[in-house]
Design a protein around this ligand. Sequence first.
Ligand SMILES: *Cc1c(COP(=O)(O)O)cnc(C)c1O
Length: 469
Amino acid sequence: MTDTPRTFGQQLGRRSWAEPWKIKMVEPLVMTERPDRERALREAGHNTFLLRSRDVYIDLLTDSGTSAMSDRQWAGMMLGDEAYAGSENFFHLEDAIQRYYGYRHLVPTHQGRGAEHLLSRTVIRPGQYVPGNMYFTTTRLHQEMAGGIFTDVIVDEAHDPTHPGDFKGNVDLAKLDALLARVGAAGIAYVSLAATVNMAGGQPVSMANVRALRAWCDRHGVKLYLDATRAVENAFFIQEREAGYADRPVAAILKEFCSYTDGAWMSAKKDSLVNIGGWVAVNDFPLFEELRNLVVVFEGLHTYGGLAGRDMEAMAIGIAESVQDAHMRSRIGQVRYLGSLLQQWGIPMMEPIGGHAIFLDARRFYPQLAQDAFPAQTLAAELYLDSGIRAMERGIVSAGRDPRTGDHHRPQLELTRLTIPRRVYTQAHMDVIAESVKAVYDARERVRGLRMTYEPKYLRFFQARFEAL
Ligand SMILES: *Cc1c(COP(=O)(O)O)cnc(C)c1O
């Protein structure tokens, strides 16, 4: 066993960095005992989504809405203008979107899926195809509910957890060409581009790829919309890996990236350092008018979209904080610190390490389990039992069923995600997490898997229940 690398920076041949903030307020954690965890897991049907948070020690379920806000953001909460219409905070938010993302027209929504709903209903005609760089659960569901047919056009290596690519989130343009040849430009609603790609392990899209996509879309008269949920993290990877960007600030890279797209939707609960919020923003005025009209039906008036004024203020401030280079370096640096510990112990995971999480490779973790025994769900359960750490399944359960055949989607990737909230946990927490994963790995041979006992119709991973085999 190798020693824990206490000085991560030295390994890379440079001085260590540290978080560009200090802690002003703390939230006590609950320490649990194994018998308590056994009971809690049984009551939750072996689904970490169904655990009560009071039974969780370190919560790595998601980075969504779990970030710590800054004192500036909390101060902004006190400046909420809770007017029903024309809230001052809306204009601050609009200004932040225009300044940092560059889109002209903003429609706020309560969170990302609210924006996905509006955009999908507006720009998809039933029967049209929606090519995307791997699916995301809520994105694909809204596309399908609007009558669209999702088609995966991500590069092949994205489905290989050991392939060492720098930009494994890229779209394969040959796959787009093949779709175009089959259904024609009129058969394509738009290209749905996510940066980074959550389900592929937080892998980035290169600037060269989005530029090529823009040219492809212009050639064929197809629109290009961006899932901007983690586009700031994507910009950091471009700065680090793509020729010509090393000296450009993350903020400038983000704005250039967005400039190649026709619009975007956003879950501000990720990059933007808030607990709730989202938006859709486009450059085309007639489309904006339709979105702005539809938002009043489903979310709220177009100057609040289901949010309180204070939430929009916190988001506007969070956006400005999220694009700071020092913030991004420590954000992704912390994820990599955890990953580097696990790599030293030979724990199988998705590589290279992506932006927001470590994705353990449950197929290689539990080679004795068939995919129908839910290896990634099993691993999340075992980790919780060992230490009270809560992870999430990203494999066959999350993939759901094919709406046409009714059979399971069987994704090549069977992953358990350790998602790191922003500005919440310390390096010592990362050590504890790594040691728990190691303990579960050492005990891997006696694990038998799970059987599903309850399956909800939509987004089943949230509420499904399981029993140990
Ligand atoms: C979380 C997420 C969404 C959905 O956003 P919500 O705010 O959870 O509704 C969409 N796309 C990606 C890539 C996400 O990670």
